[in-house]
Design a protein around this ligand. Structure first.
Ligand SMILES: *Cc1c(COP(=O)(O)O)cnc(C)c1O
Length: 480
């Protein structure tokens, strides 16, 4: 085709014939082509054929890149909220697939042949894992907090106690939270807003850097419905700081007969300090042993399961939460329940959870939780993989070497901790790091990297070994 302007703008069908390769549904592709053509028309511009096709290919490519698709995570951030947090392992996927493609006993009792309890077995597993009397699960940890706060201090609760004590007492609607724990997690999740949207009154305790048990003692009153301790999961404070530990707070709460809930955030099931470079992250069992009545945490952070919010603790309190009408709106779908069941069973089988260890269950079975496998991968293994990748990208206009990097937990967990890791450092002979990084992202395998000292860096700790070949292909395509 000659680069002369077209006499008139061709039809959508004519153009789609020319561009036969797109992974978008035809209706969607037609709509995008129409939009590009309308742009030319409104500018009264009749483009060259090649220019027109290039614009349309770019528009289709942009939309195609926004489809939900796998990404090779070379950032070294293990629980990246932008990349979907914890990846699921083969056992979880297998369970999801089995439940998804068939009918199941989701709410059916196979022994009695009648309606049964949803997630009863999973709740039993979760309670064991947390060392709790009972447990349940909702959509995510934000939902768990909304459920808890609205149950203990929400409008309905206020109404109930107001009728109950008809004028003799004011309603219990206050929740005590330390000023140092009024945190924001990720995009738009703020503890004060969650508390207030549940109809509760937030009673701030202490100061940003120091909150003492005395502060809580003074703040607790007849209106206090709940004491909430929130783990500062995504930042840390240093210097002139103080806050009472869980046990002290639990004692006060129990003396005053106030329910005490700990939001521990990431839900580590094992002692994270066993992994070189990591600090200790609170576990549900620890918080409950220290006297919390309930704990809540995310299922897709350090636990390494699907998106979910787990609540564990006193049986009476867990069943009260499950009776809330709101619980029905926050409950998990069967596919999530399937994945979480496989996750919990993995912990109990592998002996990596305290509950399994105490019972002397088979430790040593290989960890099928991908997040834990990535955390535990040795530098030798990573270096061997890096060497192989480098050998396979020889002959490109690219300086490539194996380097030292630091992986991070991310996802709002252990912000101070970093794990030694192995990285590929890439420097293109002709174009800059930002261009190389963009080309890697736009490749079919969507490789996410980071830039350090003008070089593109790919951390192999967060790349699965089965992705190494794809990674090689992507680097070859992006650099040539
Ligand atoms: C991550 C986090 C949340 C939010 O959990 P989601 O599962 O993302 O809803 C709440 N509280 C703390 C302390 C967290 O770290």
């Amino acid at each position: 085709m000659k680069p002369s302007p077209l006499r008139r703008i061709p039809s959508v069908n004519r153009i789609l014939q020319e561009i036969h390769c797109t992974d978008l549904p035809r209706a969607s592709a037609r709509e995008i082509v129409r939009r590009v053509l309308a742009g030319f028309r409104s500018r009264r511009a009749v483009p060259e054929w090649d220019r027109l096709l290039a614009d349309i290919r770019a528009a289709l490519g942009d939309v195609s890149a926004s489809r939900l698709r796998p990404v090779i995570n070379g950032t070294g951030i293990l629980i990246h909220t932008n990349f979907g947090r914890a990846p699921l392992g083969p056992r979880m996927i297998e369970t999801i697939a089995q439940i998804a493609c068939s009918y199941s006993n989701l709410e059916y009792d196979l022994i009695k042949g009648e309606r049964g309890r949803r997630a009863a077995y999973l709740e039993h597993l979760l309670a064991m894992l947390c060392g709790a009397q009972a447990a349940t699960v909702v959509n995510n940890n934000a939902a768990a907090l909304v459920l808890i706060v609205s149950h203990y201090c929400g409008d309905r609760q206020a109404h109930r106690s107001a009728t109950l004590f008809a004028g003799r007492r004011s309603a219990k609607t206050e929740v005590l939270v330390s000023r140092g724990e009024l945190i924001q997690i990720g995009g738009g999740f703020r503890i004060p807003e969650i508390v207030e949207s549940s109809g509760a009154i937030l009673r701030e305790v202490g100061t940003t850097n120091r909150t003492t048990i005395e502060d809580y003692r003074r703040a607790a009153s007849k209106q206090t419905a709940l004491i909430l301790k929130v783990h500062r999961s995504n930042f840390f404070m240093e210097g002139f700081v103080d806050s009472p530990d869980t046990a002290e707070l639990a004692l006060l709460a129990h003396q005053r007969r106030i329910p005490f809930v700990a939001d521990i955030g990431s839900g580590a099931m094992m002692g994270t300090e066993a992994i070189p470079g990591l600090e200790h992250e609170p576990t549900p069992g620890e918080a409950l042993r220290a006297g919390a009545d309930l704990v809540c945490f995310s299922g897709d952070k350090l636990m390494g399961g699907p998106q979910s919010g787990i609540i564990a603790g006193k049986a009476r309190m867990v069943s009260a939460l499950k009776r809330e009408p709101l619980f029905r709106a926050l409950r998990c779908d069967k596919l999530v329940l399937a994945a979480l069941q496989a996750t919990a069973e993995s912990y109990l089988r592998s002996g990596s959870a305290p509950a399994a260890r105490e019972m002397g269950d088979a430790a040593g079975e290989e960890d099928p939780i991908p997040l834990l496998q990535m955390l535990r991968a040795s530098q030798e293994t990573l270096r061997a993989r890096a060497g192989k990748v480098i050998a396979q990208i020889a002959g490109l206009p690219l300086a490539a070497r194996v380097g030292l990097g630091y992986a991070k937990l991310g996802g709002g967990a252990l912000p101070r901790s970093r794990i030694q890791s192995t990285v590929l450092e890439l420097e293109h002979k002709r174009y800059g790091a930002d261009i190389l990084a963009a080309r890697l992202r736009r490749h079919n395998s969507c490789v996410a990297s980071y830039i350090r000292h003008g070089k593109v860096v790919i951390d192999l700790r967060t790349v699965f070994p089965w992705q190494d070949k794809e990674l090689v292909d992507a680097i070859r395509a992006a650099a040539s």
